[in-house]
Design a protein around this ligand. Sequence first.
Ligand code: GLA
Length: 695
Amino acid sequence: MSSFFHPKKTAALLLGVSAFAVTAWASEPTVVPEQPPFPAQGKITYVPRDSIEEFKALPDYHEPDWVTEKFVKTGKLPPVGERLPKEPLVFKTGNMPDGIGVYGDTMRHVVGGRPEGWNYSAGQTQGWGGIDIALSECLTRTAPLFQVEAKDVEPLPNLAKSWDWSEDGHKLTMHLIEGAKWSDGVPFSSEDVMFYWNDNVLDPNVTPLNGATPETFGEGTTLKAIDANTVEWTFKEAFPRQYLYSMAYGTFCPGPAHILKTKHPKYATGFTYDQYKNGFPPQYLNIPVMGAWVPVAYRPDDIIVLRRNPYYWKVDEAGNQLPYLNEVHYKLSTWADRDVQAIAGSGDFSNLEQPENFVESLKRAASDSAPARLAFGARLTGYNLRMNLSANGWGEPDQRGQAVRELNRNEDFRKAVTMALDRKKIGESLVKGPFTAIYPGGLSSGTSFYDRQSTVYYPFDLEGAKALLEKVGLKDTDGNGFVNFPAGTAGGQDVQIVLLTNGDYGTDRNLAEGVIGQMEQLGLKVTLNSLDGTKKDSAHYAGQFDWTIRRNDPDLTSVVQNTTQLAPTGPRTSWHHRAGKDGTVDLLPYEKELVGIVSKFIATNDNGERSELMKQYQKIATENVDTVGLTEYPGALIVNKRFSNIPVGAPIFMFNWAEDTIIRERVFVAANKQGDYELFPQQLPGKPGDKGPMN
Ligand code: GLA
C-alpha cells in the first residue's frame, strides 16, 4: 500500500500556494491524492443532442388495445389522436437502446421516503425515489444529457418545445407545447406556467419542492405570458443560457393551476397558506399531472400505485402513445430495502448508493441467474459536512448556536476540522475496496469541470488541527477532554456542536458517527440531531443547524445544473449560507469571490472561460474549506433484466437521478418477459379526487 501524499514535497510543487497562510504548526495543504482507479464503469456512447427527440405530427397514433376498447369506444375518452398535442414529443428510434417497444407490465419501485401530499409547487415531498420526477414535467429536461458530448450540451426541450433569444440576449421567448393536456383532459397552457411562477416561486409564503426561488433564475429576472402557448423571460444578463438548466427538474415543473388555485389564498377566499400546502394529501387520488403516470391508489406505509396517463403527450416514431409501461409501483419501505429487493427481484430498480450494501449486492448480481443487472458509473456520489456560515440570524440560533456560527466563520477553525478528519478511515468504515476516495470538498471528481490540480487538500493531521484550535482560542479549560469557549463567550462552556443528519440512510448515520468520533479526538463535542428525511429537510431550509451532513446535489456533480447553489448567489441559494432576518447574506470575503466566479460562469457561454472559472472556484472553495468533504464513491444502477431501453452507462446521479436519466416513459418489457404485476389491469386514472382508478 503506497502512501497517498507527501505533503511537504508536493505542496509547493503542485499548486501556486505561495499565497497560503501556512502556519508553522499546521500541515501544508497539498493537491488531493489521486483516486484509486475504478474500472467497472459501463461505457457511454456519446450522441449528438438532436438525436434524442423532436416535436412533430405523425400520420397516425396508437394506444394499448384495451384503452380503445374499454374507454374510447364507450365514449369515456376521446380518440388518442384528439388527446395528443398538435405536435407531440417524439423519441427517435435511433437513440432507443432496444428500439420501439410494446405495451404492458409494471415498474416496481421501493422507496424510503413517505408522501406528504401532491402539492409539489408548495414544497410537499411525494416520498422521493423518482415519484415526483415521474409526475412532474418541466420546461426543459437535462437528465438524458449524460450521453451528449460536452461541447453539445444544452438542456433538451420538454414542455417548452423551442425557444428564441432576442438579439441583445436579454429576452428569451419560449414556445410551449401546443394542445397538450393534463391527465384529466384539461388543456395545459401558459396559465399553468404563470401560476407556478407568480403564486409559488415569487410568493414569499410558498417554497416549491427543491427550493426554487426567484434568484434561481437570476436576480431581477421576470416572466410574462404572451399568449396561451408563449411565455417571455427577461434577464439582466445577456444570453444567460445557464438558466435553461434551472427550467429543468426540479425547479421549473409547473403543477395543475386549475386544481391548485382552488386552495391558493390568492384565488380561494378563506384559505390559508398552510391549507394550500396541505390541501392535496396522499389520500387525494388522481391528481392531474403532465407526467406519464397518475397516482390512483395509496396505502400508508405500504404502496402508492400509478396508472398510465391517457393524455400523455409523448410518442415513439411509430406513433405509439407513451408510456409503454401501464403501471408503476412505489412500495413504501426503506432505502436499504430498495437495494435488497432490486437484487432479489421483488423490486425492479435501485440506485445502489449506500456503500454498506455494495459487496453483498455485487456478489449476488454476479450470478447468471441474478434477476437484475448492476452497472457502476463514475464517482459522482459525495458527501459534505456543511457548516452554517450565517452570523446574522438564519435559523435564529441561541447564544451557544451563535457562538458556533462565529467559529464556523473562522478559517482556522474550518481548517482544524478538515485536518482532523481521517478520510481514508471514514471511507473504509463504509466499505473496503477501491470504491471510496479522499474527497476534500468542492466539485465532485466525476464532473467534466473537475481539475485535480486546483483541488486543495489539507491532509489528516490531528496535532496540527489541535494547534489550530488553540490558535482560534479554544482550550480545554475544565480538563474534560473537550475544548471550551473563551471565558467571555457562551459562558465559557464546552464548545458543543449539533450535527443535523438524515436518519433515513445508513450511510448518513455512519458518516455522522465517524465525524463525531473523530471530532472527539480533536476535542470538539459534537452531538447528533438525526431526523427523518422530511423533517431534516425542513430543519435545513429553516437554517436550524450548526453543522449538517448532506449528500451532494447536481451543482457539485454537474456544475451546469443548479449552478446558483454553488455559492450564496442569492438570499436562498446556498445550502449552508442563507439570508438572515434582514434578507441579506453576510458573505465572507472568499464567498464574495465565489459569488463573482459563479456569476461570471452563468454570464458566459465560452467553454474555455467556463472551465477556467471552475478551476478558480475549486481552488478558492477547497482552500477556504467552504465545505468539508467526507467521501466520494461511484454508485451502481440496478434494474431488473426484463426491462429494455435502459441506456448503457447511465449514471445514478449527474444532472438528475437515474429515474429520469433512463427516460422511463420509453422503457418497456418485451412481450415474452412480461410479469403479472399490474394491480389495476385495464384501468385508467379517474377524475381528480376520485377514490381510485376508472374502470
Ligand atoms: C432519493 C434516493 C435517490 C433517488 C432520489 C430521487 O434521494 O436516495 O437514490 O432515488 O430519491 O429523487
